[in-house]
Design a protein around this ligand. Structure first.
Ligand code: NDP
Length: 443
């Protein structure tokens, strides 16, 4: 049995039930096999065994009191996966589906994504099964303060720097930061995604979505294409989806469909993003409200958004939201390019279908790396006690996304998989981390 297969088999046996972690690790390990086989020093140093076992996983109780005076208890997680190239960095997710396997899959992916940015950041992820939906601001604050009362022991500006993810936006980061500062007395860049009045970076809110479109633009250019005149479908209506839709629209694309976890909208004239921002960012309501702004648009709770014909599909909601049958429909309807804004939104079968059909496919760890890259730029600004302009940060983000595209394209070509950006992103992300681990000895 090959070294890669042996490590994968052990991983599956020793992490029973963590299916999403198995899925993420299988994709990465299978696609880096050529470079692992070509570099015996990796096996000798146990790089894959060490890379697939987190440095540590912290599990804790999060007790808080709801508005009725009832004591509630949630599970808290922080997985510090690998800090070979920099302090642990990765978001916090608040969603009822969160468990250790989810956080491990996200933390593992984060190692390679962060490496691809070219910035000095290691991989980590955290969160809780707390559901912020339907909770009052006071309840969210009570939860965040309790969560940070335990988490603060394990993080720091040079140790581990969490950020937002699903269910964690500016409001939650504010409450978390306030509690960290209160307990430690430190005013340091321990979280990113902060508000602009207390150390946040301009363009961080837009970064993941904008970065996705910047990278897609590079990929489209290899076929002499651009966003101009293209029909675009974006799943999700959260942070990543909104700003991906915004940048795609600015570049001349027409976004005709978006969704939330209850339903999806179709607007033949192009989605009104001001209305979406009002509904989702300001009022925190459901997407069905969209018809109040655009009566001619359609709202559906049945069927799936991937039935809408498009040239470019950007899955920006959640993991495994795009299955093989959805991919088949998209291909039948003539999809030209797919870019993953969410983490692991396409199942392995769906990715295979896209690639076999010759659809341009940008994998998440490259395509959505703009968010964490800009978080690292926020860390730099905090360390320097400076704030850069929107244009400066956006220009750096653009340069980073072009760099990521070039790296993954070059790595794919070098190992005989030209145009396979899944293989390219995994290899390019892996090599830097593996070489840093080799240099640092068995730790
Ligand atoms: P948000 O919480 O802001 O938005 C998520 C959106 O997806 C919401 O509109 C949500 O609907 C919708 N959604 C969630 N689950 C489903 C589902 N099963 N079906 C349909 N819609 C669904 O999260 P983000 O935008 O921050 O994150 C989205 C994805 O991007 C995640 O995979 C995240 O890990 C990834 N990501 C985020 C980064 C960031 O900077 N924020 C960086 C890199 C990756 P509803 O409104 O009903 O909850």
């Amino acid at each position: 049995m090959s070294y890669v297969s042996e490590v994968l088999q052990n991983l599956i046996e020793k992490n029973l039930g963590e299916n999403l972690f198995h899925q993420a690790a299988t994709e990465v390990l299978e696609s880096i096999a050529p470079v692992v086989e070509a570099t015996p020093a990796y096996e000798k140093a146990g790089i894959l065994e060490r890379l697939t076992e987190p440095d540590r996983a912290i599990l804790f109780r999060v007790p808080w009191v709801d508005d009725q005076g009832v004591v509630r208890v949630n599970k808290g997680y922080r997985v510090q996966f690998n800090n070979a190239i920099g302090p642990y960095k990765g978001g916090l997710r608040l969603h009822p589906s969160v468990n250790l396997g989810v956080i491990k899959f996200l933390g593992f992916e984060q190692i390679f994504k962060n490496s691809l940015t070219g910035l000095p950041i290691g991989g980590g992820k955290g969160g809780s099964d707390f559901d912020p939906k339907g909770k009052s601001d006071r309840e969210v604050m009570a939860f965040c303060q309790s969560f940070m009362t335990e988490l603060y022991k394990y993080i720091g500006a040079d140790v581990d720097v969490p950020a937002g993810d699903i269910g964690v936006g500016a409001r939650e980061i504010g409450f978390l930061y306030g509690q960290y500062k209160r307990i430690t007395g430190l005013y340091e860049g321990v979280l990113t995604g902060k508000g602009l009045t207390y150390g946040g970076s301009l363009a961080r809110t837009q970064a993941t979505g904008y970065g996705l479109v910047y990278l897609m633009n590079e990929m489209l250019a290899t076929k002499g294409e651009t966003f101009k005149g293209k029909t675009v479908v974006v799943s999700g209506a959260g942070n990543v989806a909104i700003y991906a839709a915004e940048k795609a629209t600015t570049l001349g694309g027409k976004v005709v469909a978006m969704c939330d976890s209850t339903g999806w909208i179709y607007d033949a004239e192009g989605v009104d993003l001001k209305a979406i921002k009002q509904i989702k960012e300001v009022e925190r309501k459901r997407l069905r409200e969209y018809k109040n702004y655009r009566p001619n648009a359609e709202y559906h709770e049945d069927g799936v958004i991937w039935d809408v014909p498009c040239d470019i599909a950007l899955p920006c909601a959640t993991q495994n939201e795009l299955h093989a049958d959805h991919a088949a429909t998209l291909i039948k309807n003539g999809v030209f390019a797919v870019g993953e804004g969410a983490n692991m939104p396409s199942t392995p079968d769906a990715i295979h279908a896209f690639q076999s059909a010759g659809v341009l496919f940008a994998p998440a760890k490259a395509a959505n790396a703009g968010g964490v890259a800009t978080s690292a730029l926020e860390m730099s600004q905090n360390s320097q006690r400076l704030s850069w302009t929107f244009e400066e940060v956006d220009a750096k983000l653009h340069g980073i996304m072009v760099g990521i595209f070039n790296q993954m394209a070059a790595a794919a070509a070098k190992y005989g998989h030209e145009g396979d950006y899944v293989v390219g992103a995994n290899i390019a992300g892996f090599v830097k981390v593996a070489d840093a681990m080799l240099a640092q000895g068995v730790v």
